[in-house]
Design a protein around this ligand. Structure first.
Ligand code: 13P
Length: 259
């Protein structure tokens, strides 16, 4: 029988939001999250300029916050970069690293993603390390090779204790923003593969939260979250609408131990 782990739902706002609309969204999410069972955790990863706003509106709520990227450097002459300790100054606890949009549009290598993961861990953040294959790679039968290599590059740089502090998100590139989610069977198969890879690093790493991301919506969330190795979701578009995001959190609650 599979082990029951707590559920985690994280919104990735990407480059969306303005002060006024954020306030409405953050307040609604904070309020809705307060009604979820204790074993469902909720987070939002916002554009860096809105960290202070997130801190002021979410502090004391059940919702944690963070960023969508961190610099590979701690400080210095790196114009435009945001260092992990800076986001910690605003109460952030999460940092997405290696999102496919950064790998594709900013040419982030697996090596760079691994270094960013280290910087996030050193600052005390929980890195959400994203892995995922393109449609061409899936059709060529390369899914496990691609996601396995992406994960291994990160794990190789970490101790077992550090690796145990990760969150890993499987986000098939072909499912992101397309409205075409992976089926629950497809997602579960990759999650089981990733779980085995994590377990091979050390027993303490086997239970890191494994999130699925890619066109998660209120309609498909529960079935995805019922899969034994899917511990929640990394939500893009649907995280910008309070009702949809909270419906996805409720789907997580319906599949949680207490739900
Ligand atoms: P969508 O939910 O919009 O497909 O985005 C998924 C994603 O990239 C989350 O990081």
């Amino acid at each position: 029988m599979s082990k029951q782990r707590a559920k985690l739902v994280v919104g990735n706002w990407k480059m969306h939001g303005r002060l006024a609309e954020n306030a409405t969204l953050l307040q609604a999410v904070a309020h809705g999250a307060g009604e979820l069972p204790a074993d469902v955790r909720v987070g939002v990863c916002v554009p860096s300029p809105y960290l202070a706003q997130s801190q002021s509106l979410l502090e004391g709520s059940r919702v944690v916050w963070g960023v969508q990227d961190v610099s590979a450097f701690t400080h210095g002459a790196y114009t435009g970069e945001v260092a992990a300790p800076m986001v910690v100054d605003f109460g952030a606890t999460l940092a997405i690293v290696g999102h496919s949009e950064r790998r594709a549009y900013h040419r982030e290598s697996a090596e760079l993603v691994a270094v960013k993961t280290q910087r996030a861990l050193e600052a005390g953040l929980t890195p959400i390390v994203c892995v995922g294959e393109t449609l061409e790679e899936r059709e060529a039968g390369l899914t496990e090779q691609v996601v396995g290599t992406q994960l291994d590059e990160v794990l190789a740089k970490l101790s077992v204790q550090e690796a145990a502090r990760l969150v890993v998100a499987y986000e098939p590139v072909w499912a992101i923003g397309t409205g075409k989610s992976a089926s629950s069977e497809q997602a579960q198969a990759v999650h089981a593969f990733l779980r085995a890879r994590l377990a091979a690093k050390g027993a303490a790493v086997a239970d890191v939260p494994l999130l699925y991301g890619g066109s998660v919506k209120p309609e498909n969330a529960e079935e995805l979250f019922r899969q034994p190795d899917i511990d929640g979701g990394l939500i893009g578009g649907a995280s910008l609408k309070d009702q949809d995001f909270l419906a996805i959190c409720k789907a997580a609650a319906a599949t949680s131990v207490a739900g």
